[in-house]
Design a protein around this ligand. Structure first.
Ligand SMILES: [Zn+2]
Length: 181
């Protein structure tokens, strides 16, 4: 899943009904919801192979990431609730990825997922409503700064999703998801 994760983070922030200054920073929630993908990016930059996301998207890898992210959020915000929310969002990254992709459950374990990335249009149909719903919930919650919930922000997120679709049309999926060495 690509921008659908951001939609989930937006929705989680909209549901945070604590006192205004006690609510979880949106940036933390977005960072948590895409944490395994950020790690994927780091592996790709470093040239490390990460077959079926075993070092970023398997249950043990996500659990370690959730603990680290939750701890860092706690150190930053001094809020145990925010830390739990951040850790929970890291774990919540996995279920939608089983719909869009195929992920290793644990090292040496089965690789599962529907892998609808095969059909870019279907992936778009699944992810676009998630981002629209999250954006709409956050907008209704009168989130500030308001640029985060502006029409431009939504258009930019949809554009990212569309560009993924176009990239897969142009290059196919293998180039994006197969270790090259
Ligand atoms: Zn992912």
């Amino acid at each position: 899943m690509i921008v659908g994760h951001v939609g989930i983070a937006f929705g989680a922030r909209a549901l945070d009904r604590r006192e205004a200054d006690a609510r979880a920073p949106l940036l933390w929630l977005v960072a948590a919801s895409v944490a395994p993908d950020l790690l994927d990016g780091a592996y790709a930059l470093g040239g490390y192979c990460n077959p079926a996301g075993v070092f970023s998207h398997s249950i043990p890898a996500a659990a370690i990431l959730a603990a680290l992210w939750g701890l860092a959020a706690f150190v930053h915000t001094r809020s145990a609730t925010t830390a739990l929310l951040v850790a929970g969002l890291v774990m919540l990254h996995l279920p939608p990825d089983y719909v869009t992709g195929r992920k290793s459950l644990w090292p040496g374990g089965p690789v599962v997922g529907l892998y609808i990335y095969r059909w870019g249009w279907l992936d778009f149909i699944v992810e676009a409503p998630l981002i629209v719903a999250g954006w709409w919930m956050l907008r209704r919650a009168r989130f500030t700064p308001s640029w985060a919930v502006s029409g431009l922000s939504l258009a930019a997120l949809i554009a990212v999703q569309l560009s993924f679709y176009v990239a897969t049309l142009a290059n196919g999926l293998r180039a994006l998801f197969v270790c090259t060495r």
